[in-house]
Design a protein around this ligand. Structure first.
Ligand code: AKG
Ligand code: FE2
Length: 261
């Protein structure tokens, strides 16, 4: 990746809350990831609360060598480095999210659990998910959706959403008018198999339903960096971050509070 492209991608991630890097996996590794994720998906019962995510299988690198290789995949590490995001570290695993044929859409949500922490105001990325879709995605088979900029700015929809996943999302109705709202600013993000989607944990995102006859599998890994301005940052640093107590404990919450303006 040229330095111009790397900068452009980072700027898009900062402003919109996502960017896409094409062709990051080799065909061989992609096929291996498909085989291995199919094996793991087929080995477990799918409980009813997986309805909206399709599946939610957390796999650690120390337990599955294929996941360990994905965590350390050199083309991705090189890309992060080129983008100035080399200080992001993997949580140590990936989540297999596989929407079966006929699976419903995933509701609007964000995944940041640290909203009590002043670092939530960071105008730079702090908490990212790296997603590898293992087949081409489209409007028909459950592509990713996002409302750009919502990681930094509150919109009316924030007030109308139930918290995601175990915090409430599991139990919403399939026709919930807010959780599945057709927001005018939402964009669809169909991608090619083997592309990498880098996205903000704080941004509002969702996925379309799968109306195809093939499972739509995604491997999603959480990445974090130290709570301080990155080297590349030349903009303002919020006062609450300058004054942040590094030793304080912040009770986890997925509910955006005073730090989302
Ligand atoms: O299925 C997708 O495309 C996104 C999944 C997701 O955002 C989640 O499970 O939190
Ligand atoms: Fe999510």
């Amino acid at each position: 990746m040229t330095s111009d492209v790397a900068l452009e991608k980072r700027n898009q991630l900062i402003k919109d809350g996502y960017c896409v890097v094409d062709d990051i996996l080799t065909q061989d590794f992609l096929e291996e990831l498909r085989r291995e994720s199919d094996r793991m998906l087929d080995a477990v019962e799918h409980p009813p609360h997986w309805k909206y995510q399709g599946s939610d299988i957390h796999v650690r690198g120390i337990d599955e060598s294929v996941i360990d290789r994905l965590i350390h995949w050199q083309p991705t590490r090189d890309t992060l480095e080129e983008m100035g995001l080399g200080d992001f570290k993997s949580s140590g695993g990936f989540i297999i999210l596989s929407k079966p044929p006929g699976g419903p859409p995933l509701y609007w949500h964000q995944d940041w659990m640290g909203w009590n922490d002043p670092i939530s105001t960071a105008p730079w990325p702090q908490y990212l998910f790296l997603s590898y879709y293992l087949i081409d995605t489209s409007l028909e088979n459950g592509c990713f959706r996002i409302i750009p900029g919502t990681h930094l700015k509150r919109i009316p929809l924030h007030e109308r959403l139930v918290q995601a996943h175990a915090q409430g999302g599991y139990y919403v109705e399939e026709d919930d008018p807010d959780m599945f709202y057709d927001h005018p600013d939402a964009i669809d993000l169909p991608v090619k198999a083997g592309s990498l989607v880098i996205a903000e944990g704080r941004v509002l995102h969702a996925a379309r339903g799968n109306q195809s006859d093939q499972r739509r599998t995604l491997l999603l890994g959480w990445h974090n960096r130290p709570p301080m301005p990155p080297d590349y940052w030349i903009g303002d640093v919020p006062k609450v971050i300058k004054n942040r107590d590094p030793n304080a404990q912040y009770e986890a919450t997925r509910e955006p509070g005073e730090y989302l303006v």
